[in-house]
Design a protein around this ligand. Structure first.
Ligand code: RTP
Length: 157
């Protein structure tokens, strides 16, 4: 997940199947771009059941686990992304809002676009260790993430 606490910190953000179905991909990307974060990886992927289970393996004892895996691996694409920049893990979570959209601040992504915890449109890594695990899981192949320097970097940072 890049280097924690630096401008090269990285987080894993994914638009879930309901976000894709509802046409919210562009709006999510715009928020991260306009905030000043850098997109270093992006793909549409219809996750296998195995990938969904690995992604959520810390939730396997929860009663909603089977339904969650089924929804994530339903065949509708998940838009998987890696975003980079200062404090991006914590800021990404704040931009997304609380897990339950009814507890999310109105200006957050979930607070603006959804009302159901089981259909909360987006995922973001909740800590550095989770970001490392998730980036490796979804973007494990060499060459899928790109180091690049935006021309306007000095204006942002
Ligand atoms: P995420 O991992 O997707 O960013 O969500 P999160 O950290 O905010 O929440 P977490 O506790 O890790 O739960 C993961 C996802 O499971 C679904 N969920 N359903 N039916 C339910 O009661 C329930 N609770 C959680 C949500 O889609 C949540 O984002």
């Amino acid at each position: 997940a890049g280097v924690k606490g630096t401008n090269s910190e990285r987080t894993f953000i994914a638009i879930k199947p309901d976000g894709t179905q509802r046409g919210l991909v562009g709006k999510v990307i715009t928020r991260f771009e306009e905030r000043g974060y850098k997109l270093v990886g992006l793909k549409a992927i219809a996750p296998s059941k195995e990938l969904a289970e690995l992604h959520y393996d810390d939730l396997k004892a929860r009663p909603f686990f089977a339904g969650l895996v089924k929804y994530i691996s339903s065949g509708t694409p998940v838009i998987a992304m890696v975003w980079e920049g200062k404090d991006v893990i914590r800021q990404g979570r704040a931009m997304i809002g609380a897990t339950n959209p009814l507890e999310s601040a109105p200006g957050s992504i979930r607070g603006q676009y959804c009302i159901s915890v089981g259909r909360n449109i987006i995922h973001g890594s909740d800590c550095f260790e989770a970001a490392e695990k998730e980036i490796n899981l979804w973007f494990g192949k060499a060459g899928e993430l790109i180091d690049w320097t935006p021309a306007n970097v000095e204006w942002i940072q």
